[in-house]
Design a protein around this ligand. Structure first.
Ligand code: MRU
Length: 354
């Protein structure tokens, strides 16, 4: 079974559960989980069974539609109260990717706008909205891909970090979308370097897996090999995804991204952030305001190793994201257009945040 022919997350046909492709098992095992209870959906997001900012947003939309459909009342106010409890709980699963909150807020607005209708109708409207979030995500990624493709030259070496691929979205990915679009245009003469992305190896397990499966010329490197790969002249352009971009263009993405941006600047390589407009948080001025998720030390000391690789009791620091300063970013590719500094002005011109 090819994992890429499966949806990252979808609602089951009988609308009793979410079908989540368990990304913690990739690339070795392709397994779809049927997740029905709100606690299990929360856990699937927390443990990165479903991950990547846009996919988390799609999952959250389906999740609240599903769990709200089980609220047992005909009273709109009671329904609203219970919906808000579920929303708050789901929002506590991961703090950095703004798409989680964006999708839940959108579902809340939809619910409130239809609150004069019978509860059974509100439930249907919520399912429709969740599906719209998913369908829009495909179109958004495709549009980012077209714009990114316009920046590529034949023979380019592209470097990417983490997985901002099909597995992180509904389809195409964001940072990988220019690659898939290039392939659709018949290009075969570009190469992709995937940073393995310690500690959770999204680059090795997910990006290398999906690009290699798609027949794209893919080379896996350890994170600490990006510098020599750039110095050797093998990288012409960098595409990365993001979890949250602030008004000034600072961009939070997987830990290690800002180091890649610093290296790219040193070697004179253009560095592009691929950002669906749902990832741009105009309520925050700078990246200093973005909450950074801290994760379990075992992800650094034990995970993936056959035995523990650090002394017992040693202190471990495991921030899951870092923030790339806007001054290091050549451009931010949104589905609405390519933004250049000053980013706040560029976002406003495209109507982002309205
Ligand atoms: O912790 P993860 O795997 O959810 O982190 C994912 C990333 O950092 C991605 O680059 C980002 O969410 C963009 S996905 C299109």
């Amino acid at each position: 079974m090819n994992a890429l022919q499966l949806d990252t997350v979808r609602l089951s046909a009988d609308r009793t559960c979410l079908e989540i492709l368990d990304q913690t098992l990739l690339p070795g095992t392709v397994k779809v989980l049927n997740v029905s209870e709100i606690e299990d959906i929360w856990e699937a997001i927390k443990l990165l069974r479903v991950r990547g900012a846009p996919a988390i947003g799609v999952c959250a939309g389906y999740a609240i539609a599903l769990t709200a459909s089980r609220i047992d009342t005909a009273d709109q106010m009671k329904f609203c109260e219970e919906f808000m409890k579920q929303k708050e709980y789901l929002a506590s699963s991961r703090p950095t990717a703004v798409n989680l909150f964006w999708a839940l807020d959108r579902m809340e607005r939809t619910m409130r706008a239809s609150l004069t209708r019978p509860v059974a109708e509100i439930k249907e409207i919520l399912f429709t909205e969740a599906q719209a979030i998913r369908d829009e995500d495909v179109a958004i990624s495709r549009s980012i891909g077209e714009i990114g493709f316009g920046l590529l030259k034949h023979g380019d070496g592209i470097l990417t970090h983490c997985n901002a691929g099909t597995l992180a979205t509904a389809k195409y990915g964001t940072a990988t979308a220019p690659m898939y679009v290039a392939q659709e245009h018949g290009w075969t003469d570009f190469r992709v370097y995937c940073d393995e992305t310690r500690p959770l190896l999204q680059g090795a397990r997910l990006t290398a897996f999906e690009l290699h499966n798609a027949g794209i010329d893919t080379t896996l490197i350890c994170d600490n090999m990006a510098s020599i790969t750039m110095k050797r002249g093998l990288v012409n352009i960098v595409f990365v995804g993001c979890d949250r971009v602030t008004r000034n263009g600072d961009a939070a993405n997987k830990i290690g991204t800002s180091g890649v941006a610093i290296l790219a600047k040193h070697y004179g390589i253009p560095f592009y952030v691929c950002a669906p407009s749902s990832t741009i948080d105009m309520s925050l001025e700078t990246g200093d305001q973005i909450p950074i998720e801290e994760r379990a030390p075992e992800e650094v000391t034990e995970m993936w190793y056959s035995e523990r690789m650090a002394p017992e009791g040693v202190k471990v620091c495991n921030p899951a994201f870092d923030v790339t300063d806007h001054s290091l970013i050549t451009g931010i590719i949104t589905e609405k257009g390519l933004c250049k500094a000053p980013f706040d002005k560029a976002f406003e011109e495209l109507g982002i945040g309205k």
